[in-house]
Design a protein around this ligand. Structure first.
Ligand code: ZN
Ligand code: FE
Length: 256
């Protein structure tokens, strides 16, 4: 079986759209639909026909294209059970532990609440890829709008437990600002310093910093590193529960 083809493209101000295509069956899924025009354009560019929309959460910058795209393509919209009433055009509501088939692969649903209460992540183990919406960003995480810091921390830990080689697509290009902040939390992290240089180079040439991998995030993303003694020390929180350390890091990022 050939690998799924994945096409990432910028949408709106700083969102990413992602198309996932299986050449064998011709199926194409849009991970979220930030904007109908942008998704349509990306489909045309690739010559793919939309069959599915996989929604991560209800925010408009992730669902704004649902209604129009569904009307045009009769695509099936799959989305989070926990916020089903807020997902335009939803056909199939899914939650923790649910699986479904896409192009002959099993897609697993992980509930990753915190940014919103129903937020889900789509994980395809056979392709080593996850679509994390606004839960995990490269060097960052989503704002905790609807849930609690403890809840968001647990969701991030769930993603952190995926194999290190897992490729992660996220909903926004926030990486440069995230990197700057990460260095205030962990200035001595050499992998983070090196990653900062790569990010600066990519952004200077207008290239995306997404996708990332679980392994890279474990080594450099402060929001996955609340257990690291050097970070606890810097925050004067030695021995505090990890979720509280996480909450403090999130607080500081909100203020920054
Ligand atoms: Zn969002
Ligand atoms: Fe968003």
């Amino acid at each position: 079986m050939a690998k799924l083809e994945i096409h990432l493209f910028p949408c709106l101000d700083d969102n990413y759209g992602v198309l996932v295509h299986d050449a064998e069956t011709g199926m194409t899924a849009s991970i979220d639909a930030p904007d109908a025009d942008d998704v349509r354009e990306a489909l045309a560019e690739k010559g793919w026909k939309l069959t599915h929309i996989l929604t991560t959460h209800h925010h408009h910058d992730h669902t704004g294209g649902n209604a129009e795209l569904k009307a045009e393509t009769a695509s099936t919209i799959i989305g989070p059970k926990g916020e089903a009433a807020k997902i335009p055009g939803l056909d199939k509501a899914v939650g923790e532990g649910d699986t479904f088939q896409f192009g002959g692969r099993e897609v697993q649903v992980l509930e990753t609440p915190g940014h919103t209460l129903g937020h889900i992540t789509y994980y395809i183990p056979s392709e080593n890829v996850a679509f994390a919406g606004d839960t995990l960003f490269a060097l960052g995480c989503g704002r905790v709008f609807e849930g609690t810091p403890e809840m968001m921390h647990a969701s991030l830990q769930k993603l952190a437990a995926l194999p290190g080689a897992t490729t992660v697509y996220c909903g926004h290009e926030y990486t440069a600002a995230n990197a700057k902040f990460a260095l205030t939390i962990e200035p001595e992290n050499e992998e983070l310093q090196a990653r900062m240089k790569v990010i600066e180079r990519l952004r200077a040439s207008g290239k995306p910093t997404v996708p990332t991998t679980i392994g890279a995030e474990l080594a450099t993303n402060p929001f996955l590193r609340a257990h690291i003694p050097a970070i606890q020390q810097r925050l004067s929180m030695k021995g505090a529960p990890d979720w509280q350390v996480f909450a403090e890091i999130r607080e500081r990022k909100n203020r920054g």
